[in-house]
Design a protein around this ligand. Sequence first.
Ligand code: HEM
Length: 494
Amino acid sequence: MVEFWELVLPLLLGLLILQYLKQLWSSRNYPPGPFQLPIIGGIWWMAAGFSHDILTKLAKQYGNIYTFWLGPQPVVILSGYQAVKEGIIDHPDDFNGRPVSAYIATELKRTVGVLFASGEIWKQHRRFGVVTMRKMGVGRKIMENQIEVEAKHLVEAFACTKGQPYNPLLAITNAVSNVICAVAFGYRYSAEDEEFKGKLEAMEMMGKYATSIVALVYEIFPWMMHRLPGPHQKVFHLLKREISFAVGEIERHREHQNKHEPQDIIDFYLLQLEKSKDDPSSTYNDDNMSYFLTELFIAGTETTATSLQWALLFMVAYPEVQEKVCREMEEVLGSSESVSYQDQKNLPFTNAVIHEILRARYVLFLAIPRECVNDVKICGFHIPKGTFVVTDLRSVLLDPTRWETPEEFNPHHFLDKEGNFVAREEFLPFGAGARVCLGEQLAKMELFLFFTHLLRTFKFQLPEGVKELRKEPVLGFSLHPHPYKICAIPRNVK
Ligand code: HEM
């Protein structure tokens, strides 16, 4: 009698070969890319670990638009400014989808919020986010006031170090995440608060998971990973804890709702819920609100905190730039106690330095994957609906055909000959197109206000005996610096 496995094994093998041949056949329609193996696709390219050089090598070999097969899933990668422009900038509506990650599809079984949503849910929440951020930022200055409160706490944290070597990571993360807490929930936390510490720890775990090999394996074998123990289970537990926290906050706001003077995002969302309660196409509901709030926290904390860490590191590494920023502030602001976001216009060099930090130390080097929602032709290739598209932001921010000295820290990238600030179209650390960062304005405001408050109060320098700080980034969810210590010496200017 024929054994069970003697029948099933050849059948499985046959199916696998058939699937592989189908995949090879369909790949002829996509831009070129590394050879794909059965099951793992092009992942063999990363056998020696993932690094930036891999993307540069791939672009050199296959051109500015190429396909990388993530298992059976084609991912088209746009490299350099021209390809990104011809793709997500010139076709914003064709590239406004977000691929449903297998992790989210398997664990949550639905898409919600804004960051990972597509279609009508994304459209409505994106619109709500843009309008609300504008209302809170412009004119009413809710955001600027919250940032100023946090900037003062941050200055105090540095003052307590009394010029001794200090790793600013925790103080910066506290300040930045407190801005989001204040903007979203209406209050700030003390650094010692256990709930707050738990939130930051959750954020760190989620960030680490997002770029781990386990996450990659989950995307290819969700049915298997869903059943196995591992960090993905812990991350899901933490995510659920954050969502329950947001649900609690929504209830608290409902009980004390101030309809006439909305102060935070939950207040604005509750008003929106009321406005759209008779609209059958509305996607505004408590479920989406809790995810929307949690996503703002996830998207807005590590990114901004990392940029600010780079800013201080670069000021220590380039003391002549630090002194020039301080001189400019002294000349323009004099002995005035406060700095406002409006002052940015009169501080072109300071503004250029902040932009150059965001360029030279791009925080999200691969943006966040998009999904093509229509068939579209770009750079001479037909990209079918449903294809995943990734923007290699690093290749844009360091594009040698666009920047004069791409590998160097050079604030003059953003200055003309007369020293006026010049905006550059290839400056895309916040992504581009329909899904450009929702928090771009908030992040820019935070970076400017934190940076200027700190540099007006302290001179930052290396601890005694330390010759230099490491400037190469550590690869993670965001590109962050190696842990460092610096000394904040009071300037006594004001
Ligand atoms: C220096 C700080 C920041 C950087 C470099 C940054 C960068 C980015 C990038 C590259 C994207 C992906 C865009 C794309 O899909 O191509 C993004 C999306 C997003 N960011 Fe930021 N971000 C920062 C701060 C913030 C802050 C402070 C918030 C919130 C308060 C925020 C909220 C979001 C959201 C909600 C999205 C998703 C938008 C959508 O899918 O429509 N970000 N960000």
